[in-house]
Structure formats: structure tokens, C-alpha cells
Design a protein around this ligand. Structure first.
Ligand code: WTA
Length: 636
């Protein structure tokens, strides 16, 4: 793509700058105007309330409903019969729902929830495969003001129980099983195990997907298909008129401590944010077929499979299974079959397909594509080039979107919907309107160009999290204390001499393993629960496909010896405790961990050793010999 002529670049920068300036200098005016793109039952009294900062509240006094905005308002237009959702099962089965169909199913599901006594503010947990009932029930929950908390179906029963307990979910929605590479994952069985250690869940709704035999607890568990049969197709459930700051959902994500955080989002600000960010970054048209390949169990799926595309009245595609099943051309065949025009995925997937080779891509006609997107981790230039050339045939700009569970939607991304900047492989380009991003040093001073620093967001934005569920202190400490008054995302970044942002990976104890967010402390606490383990430290080891993988350093207790069996046992323990995605790539048994004299494990040093980098300043280390042993170990 290269650098555009100066004149053209100026035009672009001026156009984006003009909107950005307006949003930053007069945020209330700007958002007052932009929030009107959605349907509100009642207008807000105040655009931004900052009296309890950093618990900022947007559109205070406004009344809105997510399900109404995603569905009802399209029924008044020609979009009524437009396809809202294309679903493809792993076995090739396809289902299409028009806006009208989805509306009917969401109303029925909402009625069903009401029949279980679910009311406004109740939490509903989901442990579901990628089937249409998942977005249907999310929207049904939103319709009656219940707060959904979707737990990624790759998490273990322990992890599920933890999240249910933290949210005190009253109802759980699951399926008998899910398909993955043709095999059945016994979801209901995992749920049963989780429910042994929860008390809040009164009922379980089970969707039949795989036909697997499951154990149904009398009076607690109910089949969805049996219940829904009794609910007429013309049932209408009045959408609740919810406060703009009524929580729409809680989504648990990993941080720097052992327990995941319940990030929760508003209804009004969140919807406004996902609506505008999708519009600015991808400039969606009515004839687009939008495919975001994420799992709905993560924020990317919430915001950009479910909410944003439906707010726009787009056709959103959802695929159930593994990307390379039954063959490595599965995704490309889906693009061809359904005429996907915008394709949004993660660098880890691109690197996997690079390994399979371009022949699998070339087997398919991908000429419907017009834009490509990426998210979840930094994209390396080789993957960017391959994506651009092999998938996009050098016709499709790549929209590299930087954001987080906490930000609700895109923050830094090329604004194709305003004016597309000249792209640079590996740069997410510029902040979107309303995002006051900067790169600063330890003391909060802006760093010079091409220097690594910490990414900060200096002003609140409508899509920001409302907080950490039940833990205000954690919210303040995690996000607003590192640089008082500013939001700290936990990422390293730099800006080049042209002002482009480059995200350089996590600055904290969080890993991105195949774009999934995993806390090293979560893995460590799982490991130290084993009787053989005295201490554990987990760091990310670079991996050519997954970006990084967890590697665990373990000190054993007296009386235990390192062995292959013990290594296996510990790895499996992590998988059981968190989920297969957190499995360490290996366990390194060590005599001692490098620590400071005050006893803190020097993870930074371990990370450098694993990466073959210089260990830097180690004057505070307590025992040099432990370190030398480790360096020796990783030399080969
Ligand atoms: C990383 C995913 C580089 C980053 C939406 C962030 C990225 C974390 C990008 C959030 C990108 C996300 N380039 N890094 N385009 N997008 N990240 O909460 O470290 O699962 O802080 O949200 O992913 O992960 P999360």
C-alpha cells in the first residue's frame, strides 16, 4: 500500500482531525449529537456525569433497550425481511434468520425467561456453543433487563463455577454439547460439575444441539425445545425501558491477580460506542455480509457478532466450529459460499493458515471481500502481508483494531468510514474520535517518537466499562491508579514520527495466547494448589502461531522430584482448573526462582531469559546463582 502522496495524506488527516478535535474539545456536544443515531425511549438529561469519577456515567437519565435497537426498530423498515443472522454449523448445516425471525425468537425466549421468574437486574449465565440460541437468549435477556454473563465454553467447570458465584447468576443456559472437530464437547456434564459448587443457580435451560445423553435434574433442568413449544410465535414482550447505565452484561476477563474480573458494561454508552466504532472503522453498507470469526464468549463476539452489526441492520455471520475442519479451506469456503464482504479475525488464525499454505485459500473465489480486519494481539508484518496479498488480493485494506474487553469497542483503528489513512503493516494507525490516547513514560510524560512507553487514555469515552462487578476498589486500582486520572489499559505502545500508534504487547502479567486473554497469576494459583508445588511463576514464551504460550517455572516442595509424569499432572491440573486454553506449554522445574531481596518473583527476568533477551538490571536480585543456572538452561 505504501505511503500516499502528501496531498492526499493531508486531506485524510484533516478530515479525521476535524472530527477528532470536535469530539475531544466538545465531548458533550459531540456525543449528544451522535447518540441520536439510536432509538431512545427517553432522552438523557446529561451527556456525561463525572461527579463520581473514575465511575463516569454517560447519557444519564436516558432510557433505552438493546433488544429494541437491535430488532424492533428494523421491523419498521424494509430490513424486516433482511437476513440478520447467517449461521453455519460445523457439520455444514445452515440457518438464516431475518430480522423478523430473530425478533420472533427473541420475544419467545424473553417470555420463557419471564416464566422462570427472571426480572430486571437478575444475572443469567451462559455456557453455550456457537449456536443461534446464544445471541437469541442474550437479546432476550437484554429485552427484559436481565444481565447476561457469557462464559466461553472452553473454560473448565471450576472456572464456570467461579464466574457464576461472582455474578450470583440465577439461571444458567447451556446445551447438551457442542461440536468441535466433529467431536462432542459434553457441555451439560461440565455444567453439572460446576453447579456442585454454586448455590445461586435455580434453573438450567438446556438447548439440544448434539443429541448427547445428559442427566436432567428434576425440577432444576429443562429442555429448551420442550419449553419453547408452548410459547406462541406471536408473543410480544414489551422491551424494558432501561436506564442508560443499567448493566447490559458482565464479561469476565483476566487481569494481574488470580481471580478474573467481572467487567460490566452499560446499555446506552456501550451501544452508542459499538454502533459508531463499527461505522467509523469498517464503513458498513446495507449489502455487506459481515463475518467476525470470534467466539461470542469473548468481547469481540459480544460487540461485533451480536450488538454492533444488529444495531446497523447488517447481516452477521456466525460459524460454529473449528477454523480448519474438516479441511484447512473451511473458512475460505464459508466466505465464498455466503459472499462475505467484510472479514474480521485474529492474527493467530492468519498465522495458522499461512502454515497450511496459500493453496487452500486459492481454491476459493474470495472476490466478494472488500475489507479485512484484525484484532486481539499485535499483527506481525509477515502475517499482515500474507493476509493482504493472499486473502485480500491486494484489494482489501486491513483494519487493525486495538481495543479491550474493558473498552467495549474499537479504540485505535483505521477509520475507513471517515477517511482511510495510508496503512502500515502492524500499526492500528490512529485513535478513533473520542479516544484521547497517548504514549507516556513511567512518570506520565509523553515519550518522543519511536520510543516504547505505556498506552494511556486520558478522557472517558461512552463505551468504557462501568466497573468491576462488586469491586469498586479493584476498578480504581487496576485502571485509574497507575497514572492517576487516566485510564491505563496495560499495554506497551509507541508512536512513530507521523503519529501512527503501534501496540507492542502487554506491559503487565497478562498473556495473549492465540489472542485469548489469560492471566499468569491465574495459572500460578492453579499450580500452587498442587501438593508438590512450593512456588510457581508463569511467563509467555514466543510461539510462531499462537503469539505466545504459557511456560511455568516451578519449585517443588521437599520430598518431590521432577518427573515427566509430574509435569503432565501439573499441566492437566491447569487445564482442569481454568480450561485447555491455559495449558502451559511446559513446566520447567527449578531449584529457586529469581527474586528481589524483598521476596518478589522477578518475572521480567524470567521473561527475558525465555525470549533469549538481555536480563537487564538485576542489582536487586537476592541470589545470583539461581539466575545463572536458569540462563545456562535456556542457552541451548
Ligand atoms: C491486545 C480483545 C495489538 C492488547 C478485543 C489488549 C491488541 C488486549 C489488539 C485486550 C491489536 C487487542 N493490536 N494488540 N489490534 N487488539 N490487543 O480484552 O494487549 O481479550 O490489551 O480484548 O488484547 O484483550 P481482550
Amino acid at each position: 500500500m505504501g505511503v500516499l502522496p502528501t496531498e492526499e495524506k493531508k486531506i485524510f488527516l484533516n478530515k479525521l482531525e476535524e472530527i477528532r478535535q470536535k469530539a475531544l474539545e466538545h465531548p458533550e456536544e459531540f456525543w449528544d449529537e451522535h447518540a441520536r443515531a439510536l432509538d431512545w425511549f427517553k432522552q438523557w438529561d446529561k451527556v456525561l456525569d463525572d461527579k463520581d469519577k473514575p465511575s463516569y456515567r454517560w447519557f444519564v437519565g436516558g432510557k433505552i433497550n438493546a433488544s429494541y435497537n437491535a430488532l424492533d426498530r428494523h421491523l419498521k423498515t424494509w430490513r424486516k425481511n433482511k437476513v440478520a443472522l447467517i449461521w453455519e454449523g460445523e457439520n455444514g448445516e445452515v440457518k438464516k434468520y431475518t430480522y423478523r425471525d430473530l425478533y420472533v425468537e427473541v420475544n419467545r425466549a424473553a417470555e420463557l425467561l419471564k416464566n422462570f421468574g427472571v426480572t430486571k437486574g437478575d444475572r443469567i449465565a451462559f455456557y453455550m456453543p456457537m449456536i443461534p440460541e446464544l445471541p437469541i437468549f442474550m437479546l432476550a435477556a437484554a429485552r427484559i433487563g436481565a444481565i447476561h454473563t457469557v462464559v466461553f465454553s472452553g473454560f473448565s467447570s471450576d472456572a464456570l463455577a467461579k464466574r457464576i458465584n461472582d455474578a450470583k447468576a440465577k439461571l444458567l443456559i447451556t446445551a447438551d454439547g457442542g461440536f468441535r472437530r466433529g467431536k462432542v464437547i459434553p457441555l451439560k456434564e461440565i455444567v453439572d460439575k460446576a453447579l456442585d459448587s454454586t448455590i445461586s443457580v435455580e434453573n438450567v435451560i438446556v438447548v439440544k444441539r448434539t443429541g448427547t445423553k445428559v442427566n436432567m435434574v428434576e425440577g432444576r433442568d429443562f429442555w429448551y425445545h420442550e419449553l419453547i413449544e408452548g410459547i406462541p410465535r406471536n408473543v410480544y414482550v414489551e422491551p424494558e425501558r432501561l436506564d442508560a447505565n443499567h448493566p447490559l452484561f458482565i464479561l469476565y476477563t483476566s487481569g494481574t491477580t488470580g481471580t478474573p474480573k467481572g467487567v460490566y458494561h452499560s446499555t446506552g454508552g456501550y451501544l452508542v460506542w459499538v454502533y459508531w466504532t463499527l461505522k467509523w472503522a469498517f464503513d458498513p453498507h446495507d449489502d455487506d455480509i459481515w463475518w467476525c470469526t470470534a467466539d461470542i464468549g469473548w468481547i469481540t463476539g459480544h460487540s461485533y457478532i451480536v450488538y454492533a452489526p444488529l444495531l446497523h441492520g447488517l447481516t452477521s455471520l456466525m460459524y460454529e466450529g473449528a477454523p480448519d475442519y474438516p479441511a484447512p479451506d473451511r473458512w475460505w469456503s464459508i466466505i465464498e459460499k455466503h459472499g462475505v464482504t467484510i472479514f474480521y479475525t485474529a492474527p493467530t488464525a492468519i498465522r495458522m493458515f499461512m502454515r497450511y499454505g496459500r493453496k487452500w485459500v486459492d481454491m476459493h473465489d474470495l472476490s466478494s471481500l472488500r475489507l479485512l480486519g484484525t484484532v486481539g494481539e499485535p499483527i506481525n508484518p509477515e502475517a499482515w502481508e500474507w493476509y493482504y496479498e493472499v486473502v485480500g488480493k491486494k484489494r482489501c485494506p486491513i483494519i487493525d483494531t486495538w481495543w479491550q474487553t474493558e473498552t467495549g469497542g474499537f479504540m485505535i483503528a483505521p477509520a475507513a468510514g471517515i477517511a482511510l489513512p495510508p496503512l502500515k503493516p502492524g500499526s492500528a494507525t490512529f485513535p478513533l474520535p473520542g479516544v484521547d490516547a497517548d504514549v507516556v513514560d513511567e512518570d506520565g510524560k509523553p515519550v518522543p517518537p519511536n520510543t516504547r512507553g505505556y498506552l494511556v487514555i486520558k478522557k472517558p469515552w461512552p463505551g468504557m466499562l462501568l466497573g468491576v462487578w462488586g469491586d469498586l476498589k479493584r476498578y480504581v486500582d487496576t485502571y485509574w491508579s497507575r497514572f492517576p486520572g487516566w485510564y491505563y489499559p496495560g499495554d506497551y505502545a509507541m508512536r512513530d514520527e507521523e503519529g501512527y500508534f503501534w501496540i507492542l504487547g502487554r506491559a503487565d502479567e497478562v498473556l495473549k495466547v492465540a489472542a485469548h486473554r489469560i492471566g499468569t497469576m491465574e495459572i500460578e494459583s492453579a499450580l500452587v494448589a498442587h501438593p508438590a508445588v512450593a512456588e510457581a511463576a508463569v511467563v509467555g514464551k514466543p510461539d510462531p502461531v499462537k503469539g505466545e504460550v504459557p511456560l511455568a517455572f516451578v519449585v517443588l516442595r521437599e520430598g518431590y522430584e521432577p518427573s515427566r509424569e509430574l509435569e503432565e499432572e501439573l499441566i492437566n491440573l491447569v487445564a482442569e482448573n481454568i480450561g485447555p486454553i491455559a495449558r502451559p506449554a511446559g513446566i520447567v522445574f527449578v531449584r529457586k526462582l529469581p527474586k528481589t531481596r524483598s521476596g518478589k518473583i522477578m518475572r521480567r527476568v524470567l521473561k527475558a531469559i525465555v525470549r533469549g533477551e538481555d536480563v537487564g538490571d538485576i542489582t536487586t536480585i537476592e541470589d545470583r546463582s539461581a539466575l545463572e543456572e536458569l540462563i545456562e538452561m535456556f542457552k541451548s
